[in-house]
Ligand binder design. Structure first.
Ligand code: FAD
Ligand code: N01
Length: 539
């Protein structure tokens, strides 16, 4: 478009995906502009500043591997890093690699339109600026669009309301306040113990109980740090070849072929590890066989009963409606113990739904709870939410939102037929949220960068996934998911948490190692499943 600033590539989002994509595109010699809605780098870790926010993948595993110097120079302080520490890390990376000069903050991308004639994208921001580019990368995050509680009356409440996903920068002091918390997923589970320790009275509104286990978080010792830094090279390789991006000893037995005693011992040891996947990975069939899964589910429920003194509250906190692991499990610090406090109440909103937010608090079908502040820990329009909010128009003006009306369709989860030169980092159809995201982010960014390099080497103006390859991939992703228990749960992985969203399992479950192999094979064979557009005299 004449008059618009023109660059080789636009990257939307300055979280870990966007930062690394900028770094790699620069290496390739592409002029690149990053557009970010927030006012700083870090994405998830810039926005989610709620009390207790921290990673539940160990710090040295949840970090970039692309720079050996960075690995050696940066020292993590805890087993599971806090939001402020991760955000500092993102800022350090941005400064260290001089990335900030190509990032525009406080700028939301509203539309992206492909020109069939020019083989270029025109990106428009909420500031009214248009940027013209050849390549467009959505590094917009899988969990970056928050969702509310879908109840009327929020505007009538006379006190403050907060959402965990966009917490005020200076924090909030709830000392002496009566608070309501709606939502008991990972964000609720991490923040409730801390908020309840301040508040005079805490009412937790629970729609679905989650499985959680103690994180066993602690400061890292100097010896551990030395040991981790010395083992990065082998550790990274193991991460890349693993299932979840976290190397673990692979199970060899079914949960149903061992004695009750052996199983109990195994689960106890896994529980003590304070590791998200330890119980899940105790047996081969936890995620594929309901009876096997029941043994793990019941083990976690027994731990809840051991911890929570009131049997009725313990039962209410015990998940019954979905198999263990099919909604994302949580790691917590004192979550179940919090419900032993006299000033913490749990309200089952399946039995007594929230009817409205009133001037004074939260009214359910059988009572009104007067509070001074309300916290929404109600999660995200995950995986597709950020893409759906941009008006993306591909070849012949086709709209991505319409193409994905019945669920997302993408080739390898990284490219979409009809949308040339457009890539999604950790998009639907890739391992994405079913993995340690740092491993998946680096793999996607590296692959996209190689794909762009190859396209340019061919002298092509555009590269695009074919419909047939995309259909095959979508079918494959679905088949793998259907071989597991995941589709049986109402989870955000399935889109079930957002009213009206199509019910489709959105991630690829065969593991990051297997997925990497698929992607590498496609590249090695000359980007099979993709077509290129060569210049014509009119181009
Ligand atoms: P994000 O960090 O989400 O960044 C995307 C950025 O794009 C955001 O800053 C957003 O503002 C911007 N953006 C979106 N749309 C637009 C637009 N239209 N225009 C301009 N900018 C836009 N993963 C793990 O592997 N382990 C964990 O322990 C873990 N913990 C998590 C804890 C929380 C509280 C949350 C919410 C997520 C967690 N995740 C975890 C997932 C986490 O999102 C990823 O690990 C990772 O940070 C994603 O990085 P990203 O850059 O892909 O996306
Ligand atoms: O969101 P969630 P989150 N009325 O969707 C409830 C990552 N993360 O922000 O389960 C009433 O998990 C909802 O109920 P239900 C991680 O990947 C990681 O907690 O839909 N209640 C649920 O209880 C995680 O999975 C960490 O029935 C409503 C809660 O709100 C993802 O981000 C920390 C409702 C939402 O839970 C999302 O986590 C934080 C309504 N209308 C986040 N709508 C780590 O520990 C929703 N709920 C690393």
């Amino acid at each position: 478009m004449s008059g618009s600033p023109s660059v080789d590539a636009v990257v939307v989002g300055a979280g870990f995906s966007g930062l690394y994509q900028l770094y790699r595109f620069r290496e390739l010699g592409l002029s690149t502009r990053v557009l970010e809605a927030g006012s700083g780098v870090g994405g998830t870790w810039w926005w989610n500043r709620y009390p207790g926010a921290r990673c539940d993948v160990e710090s040295y595993a949840y970090s970039y591997s692309f720079s050996k110097d960075l690995e050696q120079d940066w020292t993590w302080s805890e087993k599971y890093p806090t939001q402020p520490e991760i955000q500092r890390y993102a800022q350090h990376v941005a400064e260290r690699f001089d990335l900030l000069r190509d990032i525009t903050f406080d700028t939301r991308v509203e539309s992206a339109v492909w020109s069939d004639e020019r083989h270029r994208w025109t990106v428009t921001t909420d500031a009214g600026e248009t940027v013209d580019c050849r390549y467009l990368v959505f590094a917009t995050g899988c969990l970056s669009i928050s969702k509310g509680p879908e109840v009327p009356g929020v505007e009538n409440f006379r006190g403050p309301t907060y959402h965990t996903a966009h917490w005020p920068e200076g924090g909030v002091d709830f000392t002496g306040k009566r608070i309501a918390v709606i939502g008991t997923g990972s964000s609720g589970i991490q923040s409730i113990p801390i908020m309840a320790a301040q508040a005079s009275d805490t009412v937790v509104f629970q729609r679905t109980a989650c499985f959680s286990m103690p994180a066993g978080n602690r400061p890292l010792t100097e010896d551990e740090v030395v040991e981790q830094k010395a083992s990065y090279t082998t550790f990274r390789q193991a991460q890349r070849e693993s299932g979840f991006g976290v190397p673990i000893a692979l199970p060899t037995k079914s949960a149903l072929e061992v004695s009750d005693e052996e199983r109990a011992e195994r689960y106890e040891a896994a529980w003590a590890e304070g590791n998200l996947v330890a119980v899940l990975a105790s047996y081969t069939d936890t995620l594929t066989n309901r009876d096997a899964n029941d043994t793990a589910s019941e083990f976690v429920r027994s731990k809840i009963r051991e911890t929570v003194k009131d049997p009725e509250v313990a039962e209410l906190l015990s998940p019954r409606s979905f198999p263990y692991g099919t909604k994302r499990p949580c790691l917590d610090t004192g979550y179940y113990e919090t419900f032993n406090k006299d000033n913490v109440r749990l309200v089952d909103i399946r039995r007594t739904p929230i009817v409205e937010i009133t001037r004074d608090g939260v009214r359910t079908s059988d009572a009104e709870y007067a509070v001074d502040a309300i916290v929404f820990a109600t999660g995200f329009d995950a995986m597709t939410g950020a893409l759906a909010r941009v008006d993306i128009r591909g070849r012949a003006g086709a709209r991505l939102a319409e193409k994905w009306n019945e669920g997302p369709r993408a080739y390898l989860g990284v490219a979409v037929s009809g949308f040339p030169n457009m890539f999604t980092i950790t998009g639907p159809g890739s391992p994405s949220v079913m993995s340690n995201m740092m491993v998946s982010i680096e793999q996607h960014v590296d692959w996209v960068t190689d794909c762009v390099r190859w396209t340019r080497e061919q002298g092509a103006l555009a590269i695009e996934a074919s419909e047939a390859a995309q259909d095959d991939w979508v079918r494959h992703v679905e088949e793998v998911a259907n071989g597991t228990l995941f589709p049986t749960a109402d989870s955000w992985y399935m889109g079930s948490n957002v009213p009206g969203k199509p019910r489709v399992f959105m991630a690829y479950l065969a593991g990051v190692g297997v997925y990497r192999q698929h992607c590498d094979d496609v590249a090695r064979q000359g980007y099979t499943g993709f077509t290129t557009a060569l210049p014509t005299p009119a181009s």
